[in-house]
Design a binder for this molecule. Structure first.
Ligand SMILES: *Cc1c(COP(=O)(O)O)cnc(C)c1O
Length: 244
């Protein structure tokens, strides 16, 4: 991007951010909270470091990537941009055990722990690096076959084993709703919240983070108690409308 394009794009991202925050504030009020109770992650997987810098200028402070290699690339770009000191980067996509080391130490939070096997592998590698990895458990609430994650029954069964892993700090749950179906999305999000209540009761752990809500359903997710929304297209893509 040349400077004029960058300025124009930055103006779009800043204006869009205001509209997103307004929608977020409405939804937070509907669930008895304020917009500051919800973390906004700008999912930068489809954009370059330039667009990430525009988003930083617009006020975004946390970013999400779904592939280890791209996460590293963005982490390097952030590290070499002094004004972005303190930017947060989360891993939100499927993680294979052989890629764990790429992510540890540069992701603040891993949203996508989808099996006990993966949880054990992350714990082991984190301990080897002298770290404790903050993670969420990804739950397939809707039961769609195309989605990864624990079934609610399996996460309930295996929770104690995962809580006992010394290299993991279990901060909460993450889910993805079926696309283009608002009532199904609402059911998915309320289902994750209810599962969290149940797991809280069983474990005594607070599991505070509910990572749920994307470009087309974040308002519904926040109304249902989301504490962290993951927004990609609605943040970065001028052709993607802010719906609802
Ligand atoms: C891409 C992605 C998002 C953002 O999706 P949008 O619909 O573009 O907001 C959120 N979460 C995960 C896990 C993703 O891979």
């Amino acid at each position: 991007m040349d400077l004029a394009e960058m300025n124009e794009y930055e103006a779009f991202v800043a204006g869009r951010r205001e509209a997103i925050l307004e929608r977020l504030a409405q939804a937070a009020t509907a669930s008895g909270r304020t917009r500051d109770d919800v973390t906004v992650l700008a999912v930068s997987k489809t954009v370059s470091a330039n667009e990430v810098l525009c988003a930083w200028h617009a006020g975004y402070r946390a970013f999400g990537e779904n592939r280890p290699q791209e996460l590293r690339r963005k982490a390097d770009a952030i590290d070499s941009t002094p004004e972005m000191a303190g930017a947060r980067l989360d891993m939100i996509g499927n993680l294979q055990t052989n890629k764990i080391n790429q992510v540890l130490g540069c992701a603040e939070l891993i949203h996508s722990v989808s099996s006990l096997h993966l949880a054990e592998a992350i714990s082991k590698r984190a301990l080897a690096k002298g770290l404790v990895a903050k993670v969420l458990l990804e739950v397939n609430v809707s039961g769609e076959e195309s989605k990864s994650g624990f079934s609610p029954a399996l996460v309930t069964e295996q929770l104690d084993e995962m809580l006992a892993l010394p290299g993991l700090a279990l901060e909460g749950l993450m889910t993805m709703a079926p696309a283009n179906d608002p009532s199904e999305a609402r059911r998915t999000f309320s289902g994750l919240r209810e599962l969290r209540e149940d797991l809280r009761g069983r474990s005594g752990r607070s599991l505070d983070v509910l990572s749920m809500g994307m470009s087309d359903d974040f308002g519904i997710a926040v109304e249902e108690g989301s504490t962290l929304i993951r927004l990609g297209r609605v943040v970065f893509d001028p052709s993607h409308p802010l719906g609802e």
